[in-house]
Design a protein around this ligand. Structure first.
Ligand code: NAD
Length: 410
C-alpha cells in the first residue's frame, strides 16, 4: 500500500460513517490538477542537472490551494498526491480558508550545492508560476525546504508577477514572514497533545516522550515540551538517535546539534537506532520525520499510549488498525501538525493586509484554533464512538462537502 492508498483508506472509512454516495466520494478524492515538470539547471561543474518536480492541487472549494514543497529523493507522484489530499482535510479540520495542495522535487539536497538549490528552486517557480499565486495556490516549507527556499520562491515569483509576498508562507521574518511561523507546527503539536491528554485528566509534564526527527517540527516540539516540564527520552535524525532514560537536556541537545549538525554523539546519552526508538518504552511517541514508519511490522511493539502524528502519514493503514485495537490513541496528522498551516494562514493574512502581528498574538490565536478543533473532533468521536482519526476525517469531509455542494455543481 503506498502513501496515497493509506490516505484513501482513511477517507473511505469516514465516507462510510457519513454515508457519502459514490459520486461525491469520487469528486472529493480526485485531485483537481496534477503537474509534473522537468527542471533543467546548469550544475556548478558545468554539467547539466535534470530533475523532476511536481505540484498537485487537490481541492480549492474552501479557498486557494495550500501546501508545502518537499525536496527529497523519494518524492514521487503517489506521495505528492497523498500529501496534497491530506492538506485539503487538514485545512478543513482547523477551519482555515484554504484548500489542499503539495509539491516536491525529486532531489537529494545533500548532493546539490546551495547555489544549485537556488537555481533549482527558481527553475521550479518558472515552471509553475502561472498556477500559483496569493489567491490561487500558496506553497510553504516542508521536508528539506526552509525560509530561504521560500525567499527564493517569493523573489522569482515577484520578478514575473510583481510584488506578491502572499505567494508563499514560511518566509524569513525579515522578508514578510510571520513571527512564530518556524515554531508553529511543533507548537501546534504541543497544543494537540495537551488537549488530548486533558480528556483523561493527564498533564504534559508527567509524560515521557520519544520523538523521531530533529528537524523543524521535531526540534521545536522537543524544545516546547521540555520547557513545559515533559521528559524527552529520545530524539533522532536520519542516521539514528540518542536516548537517556532520565530525559534529555533539550537546550543542550539543541546546542550540540547547532555545532555538530547531528544529535549523535551528545554526551551522556546512548545511541539508539530509528527502529528501536519507535518501540522504546514511553508514554507519547511523536514521529516527526517521514511517512510510513509505523507499519504492520512494528505496530504491535509500540509501547506508547499515545502516538502524535507530527509527520504526515507516519502510520500506515494496517498499523492504524493494530494500534486502535491495542487501545493506543493516535492524534492524527490532519489535526496534530495543522499548526504550521494555521500560522501560514496568519502570515498570508498579514501579507494581504501589510500589517504585522506580534508573536504573542500569533501563539494565542494558534492555541485558540487548535483547542477549538480538538473540541469539534472530540464531540464527533464521542457521538459516533470512533477514533480521533476517523472523527477528524468526518469533520473535514463534512466541511469540504458542504463547501462543494453550496458552491454548486453544473
Ligand atoms: P525537516 O527537513 O526540518 O526535518 C526532517 C527530520 O527528519 C530531520 O531531523 C531528518 O534528519 C529526519 N529524517 C530524515 N530521514 C529520516 C529517516 N529515514 N529516519 C529518521 N529520521 C529521518 O522537516 P520538517 O519540516 O520538520 O518535517 C517533518 C515532518 O513534518 C514531515 O512529515 C512534514 O511533512 C511534516 N510537517 C511539517 C510541517 C512544517 O511546518 N515544517 C508542517 C506540517 C507537517
Amino acid at each position: 500500500m503506498n502513501a496515497n492508498d493509506t490516505t484513501q483508506h482513511f477517507l473511505q472509512q469516514a465516507f462510510e460513517i457519513l454515508g457519502v454516495d459514490e459520486d461525491m466520494r469520487r469528486m472529493l478524492t480526485t485531485p483537481s490538477r496534477e503537474l509534473r515538470v522537468e527542471l533543467v539547471i546548469r550544475r556548478d561543474d558545468g554539467s547539466i542537472g535534470n530533475f523532476i518536480g511536481y505540484r498537485v492541487q487537490h481541492d480549492d472549494s474552501r479557498g486557494p490551494f495550500k501546501g508545502g514543497l518537499r525536496y527529497h529523493p523519494h518524492v514521487d507522484i503517489h506521495e505528492v498526491r497523498s500529501l496534497a489530499s491530506l492538506m485539503t482535510w487538514k485545512t478543513a479540520v482547523v477551519g482555515v480558508p484554504f484548500g489542499g495542495a503539495k509539491g516536491g522535487i525529486q532531489v537529494d539536497p545533500r548532493e546539490v550545492s546551495p547555489r544549485e538549490l537556488e537555481r533549482l528552486t527558481r527553475t521550479f517557480v518558472r515552471q509553475v508560476h502561472d498556477l500559483v499565486g496569493p489567491e490561487r495556490d500558496i506553497p510553504a516549507p516542508d521536508v528539506n525546504t526552509n525560509a530561504q527556499v521560500m525567499a527564493w520562491f517569493f523573489d522569482e515569483y515577484t520578478r514575473l508577477h510583481g510584488f506578491a509576498p502572499g505567494v508563499v508562507t514560511g518566509k524569513p521574518i525579515g522578508l514578510h514572514g510571520s513571527p512564530g511561523r518556524s515554531a508553529a507546527t511543533g507548537r501546534g503539536c504541543v497544543f494537540a497533545i495537551r488537549e488530548t491528554l486533558r480528556e483523561s485528566g493527564a498533564d504534559l509534564k508527567d509524560q515521557r516522550f520519544v520523538i523521531q526527527g530533529f528537524g523543524n517540527v521535531g526540534s521545536w516540539s522537543a524544545r516546547l515540551l521540555h520547557a513545559r516540564g515533559a521528559k524527552i527520552l529520545a530524539v533522532s535524525g536520519s542516521k539514528g538517535g540518542i536516548f537517556a532514560g532520565d530525559g534529555l537536556d533539550i537546550p543542550a541537545v539543541l546546542e550540540h546539534y547547532d555545532s555538530h549538525g547531528t544529535v549523535l554523539g551528545f554526551p551522556g546519552a546512548e545511541a539508539i537506532s530509528n527502529e528501536d526508538l519507535l518501540v522504546a518504552d514511553c508514554d507519547v511517541l511523536m514521529p516527526a520525520a517521514l511517512g510510513s514508519v509505523i507499519t504492520a511490522r512494528n505496530a504491535n511493539d509500540v509501547k506508547a499510549k499515545y502516538v502524535v502524528e507530527a509527520a504526515n502519514g507516519p502510520v500506515t493503514a494496517e498499523a492504524d488498525e493494530i494500534l486502535e485495537q491495542r487501545g493506543v490513541t493516535i492524534v492524527p496528522d490532519i489535526y496534530a501538525n495543522a499548526g504550521g498551516v494555521t500560522v501560514s494562514y496568519f502570515e498570508w493574512v498579514q501579507n494581504l493586509q501589510n500589517f504585522r502581528w506580534d508573536e504573542t498574538r500569533v501563539n494565542e490565536e494558534l492555541d485558540k484554533i487548535m483547542t477549538e478543533a480538538h473540541r469539534k473532533i472530540r464531540d464527533i468521536k464521542r457521538a459516533h464512538d470512533i477514533s480521533m482519526r476517523k472523527a477528524a476525517f468526518v469533520l473535514a469531509i463534512r466541511e469540504v462537502k458542504l463547501a462543494t455542494e453550496t458552491r454548486g455543481i453544473q
